[in-house]
Write a protein that binds this ligand. Structure first.
Ligand code: 7TS
Length: 422
């Protein structure tokens, strides 16, 4: 335990860090209805810092051209910026080479690419795809589509009472028919942090490759694909302070080597004959057509921001917020917070319901005070079924949130309770 004086000086340092970080986000100055914006929906998309917004305009004002085509200066500059972004992302997740970073439209496309181009050609009748009820629809539906086409099936690894993947059951769920295991790093509804290292170890011991859906984790925890040893990792730029329209698939080289492209077009070929074509080397063979060039430049700026703010620091800050939020919401009457309730197993995202009040009503009243939370099934209907509810209210943090935001939320929740009390 730090001495009171030391703790006080640490609190001051943290406060200055947060104030400086918040000043990077112009939108936080906005007034919404009767309050200042309290944005608690970063799981849906994060707000964008000035550095990212400026990188986008700078690109269009100074460097705009198509990539990998022209031999004139602007096109060379644009190509360089696009490839610099790939390098930046590669270093950020500790990939072995920038070539293992494929730019897609987002997590959804990254997962579809693996399901379509890697899994489907290898999937046989009766094979199994290991999933679990925590997953976002984006990490279920592409596998369902592949399974349907190939007469294979999805098998669900059970969750424990606390909503954690049951590791013992996982061992027993893997059979000689299991072709892939797919799992999120952090649940987009409950904030559950899955024990990835253990899960990957168990799967690999039985020769099963693993895809990690890192959509909710990439801006919350440092990620190292080499120590994690995952086979595939998918994430979206817009959930890590970057622009919409671009995302990433990391895959180990041996997969990228053997995967067929999902889309054909310009930029992904080696040679085109009248009736057949050969493919460019990866990652180009998976990036047909004009890519999201400005967005890649924006993503690169977002990675710079994350590095500058410090991933360890963001993780600690969001952890402190979670501890604070769990304690505050536990003291709010008529509120049920969904597990896990252990702040070491929960990051960035928290779902709750207020007894007898529909989540949409809660969200609508909070909005009157400028508080943005999400209400609904959060694209996780199997999880809603598991929890035995139709919908939840979800709050999710970004690096810019403060304890005052949570105080505001608790204050406005009290108003909701009063409106709906008999
Ligand atoms: N996986 C997880 C864990 C997610 O949270 C999301 C989006 C996706 C995949 C899909 O990402 P996309 O960028 O391709 O759309 N999650 C949410 C959410 O929770 N609310 O809005 C989008």
């Amino acid at each position: 335990m730090a001495s009171p004086a030391l703790q006080e000086s640490q609190d001051t340092v943290d406060k200055i860090w947060l104030e400086k970080l918040r000043s990077d986000f112009p939108i936080l100055q906005r007034k919404i209805n009767s309050g200042s914006l309290v944005y608690l929906d970063s799981a849906a998309t994060t707000q964008k810092p000035r550095q990212v917004i400026e990188a986008l305009s700078r690109f269009y004002e100074q460097n705009n051209a198509n990539v990998h085509r022209g031999i004139y200066t602007l096109s060379e500059e644009a190509s360089q910026l696009y490839e610099d972004a790939r390098e930046k992302v590669s270093a950020f997740v500790h990939a072995p080479s920038p070539r293992t970073i494929v730019f897609t439209r987002g997590t959804t496309e990254s997962i579809n690419l693996v399901a379509h181009s890697w899994l489907k050609p290898r999937l046989r009748r009766g094979d199994e795809i290991l999933v679990n009820a925590l997953e976002h629809h984006s990490n279920l539906v592409p596998w369902q589509m592949a399974a349907k086409e190939k007469n294979a099936k999805l098998r669900y690894v059970p969750l424990t009472e606390e909503g954690i993947l049951d590791l013992e059951a996982l061992e027993n769920s893997i059979t000689d028919k299991t072709r892939i295991l797919t799992v999120c790093s952090i649940s987009n509804v409950l904030g559950t942090v899955t024990p990835l290292k253990k899960i990957i170890e168990i799967a690999h011991n039985q020769g099963v490759p693993v895809l990690v859906d890192a959509a909710q984790a990439v801006a919350r925890h440092p990620i190292n694909v080499e120590t994690l040893e995952c086979d595939f990792l998918a994430f979206s730029s817009h959930k890590m302070y970057g622009p919409t329209g671009i995302g990433v698939l990391f895959a180990k080289p041996e997969y990228l080597e053997t995967m067929e492209p999902m889309m054909g077009g310009g930029g992904m070929i080696e040679r085109v004959h009248p009736d057949t074509s050969t493919w460019a080397e990866y990652p180009a063979k998976f990036e047909a057509g004009t890519p999201a060039i400005a967005e890649a430049v924006g993503l690169s700026a977002a990675v710079d921001c994350l590095n500058q703010w410090g991933m360890d620091r963001i993780q600690q800050h969001e952890h402190d917020l979670m501890v604070y939020a769990l304690s505050a919401l536990n003291q709010t009457p008529d509120l049920t917070v969904f597990p896990p309730l252990d702040c070491h197993q929960k990051a960035g995202v928290l779902s709750f319901n207020m007894s007898d009040v529909h989540p949409h009503d809660v969200a609508q009243i909070l909005d009157l005070d400028g508080i943005a939370v999400r209400a609904g099934h959060h694209c996780a209907q199997p999880l809603m079924k598991h929890l035995g509810v139709q919908a939840t209210v979800r709050m999710s943090f970004g690096s810019y949130n403060s304890r005052e935001d949570i105080d505001q939320l608790v204050f406005s929740l009290e108003k909701v309770r009063k409106i709906f009390s008999p």
